[in-house]
Design a binder for this molecule. Sequence first.
Ligand code: SAH
Ligand code: SF4
Length: 367
Amino acid sequence: MTATSTCITDLTSAQIQELIAGLGEPNYRARQLQHWTYQGLALSFDEMTDLPKTFRNRLAQKVQLHSLTSTHEVVGHDGTIKTLFTLSDGKTIESTLMSYPTAKGGTRHTICLSTQVGCPIGCPFCATGQQGFERNLTPGEIIDQVLYFSRRLRDQKDETDTDWDKPAAHISNVVFMGMGEPLANYDAVLQAVEMLNSPQGFGLGARNMLISTAGLIPQIKRLSQEKLQIGLAISLHASDDARRNELVPINKKYPVGQLIAACREYCEISGRRISFEYALFEGINDSVNHARSLAKLLAGLNCHVNLIPSNLTDSQGFSPPTRGTTLAFQRELVRLGIACTLRQRRGLDIDAGCGQLRSRLAKTMQT
Ligand code: SAH
Ligand code: SF4
């Protein structure tokens, strides 16, 4: 397989129809093929038993069924699964499956997806940012992370569940918060969103997907025109340019004031609430005064702030604040009328922070 080999999941519905027409097959075969890919979660063309064998063979010569191989996996104490995937060109990415109990006694399964190998933004506190940028993922490589975990949940039920009538667990949410900057790979990410959302594809509600961005203003404006119901989160981390230039270097190009103006516009056009991610780093952006200036910046915006204590505990100058400082920050935001939650820390024992497993494995392999 080469880096350019096409995967079924790289194709839009129209492109799948073209492929089928090119092979001289009737149109309904396109629907069957998509159904086997996105609902049947087929791993081989042989599983597609209602397609003629000769046709399956010809398909197999034209396209691949999947683009990722899981090459390493760790499971945390809280059940979080982090998987390292090797791509067809040998590069690696990671994704995480987090499972949360719901109020109704069920379980919500959220996947955190990667969109690039490495990241061009280079935030100093981020393991991915420190790895540099290698390449964009294709739509298929993005989608296949979802199909992989979906297949895992199905197979887990087959292996452990004796209740035949209970449906297998399914993916409830997809967040684009893994390695890479989703809006720097805009077209592939949007194609993946459309296919994950489409009833002919994976069929996940757009409201159950969330894109997190370091703040690429032109792409935020473009996204507001797409008329999608997908959620948008901005990784803010600081409310003044001097501090944000250091923490999120793209701020030098797209400063805070302009970013927030673009966010206000996004809220007006989309009618949706926006989320702000605010990672707390001890002594850098965690004081009550920082909370006040954040509240002032966001005043009047239909938004929600997610506070994330840094997940770096081992030096590099980006340690998490104490619990007391964290709670004081949160209290001040709430007092000033900003809706805000403290992010549950999950999967810490398995390097669940973005890019951390890949970094650790790379270091292990060097030694
Ligand atoms: N590039 C996108 C999405 C991937 S990063 C973005 O930056 O939004 C997902 C989130 O993890 C971002 O909010 C990012 O700032 C945060 N993050 C990365 N490293 C972190 C760390 N060491 N501690 C806390 N949050 C971190
Ligand atoms: Fe890239 Fe996001 Fe990491 Fe910054 S935090 S380097 S934008 S992945």
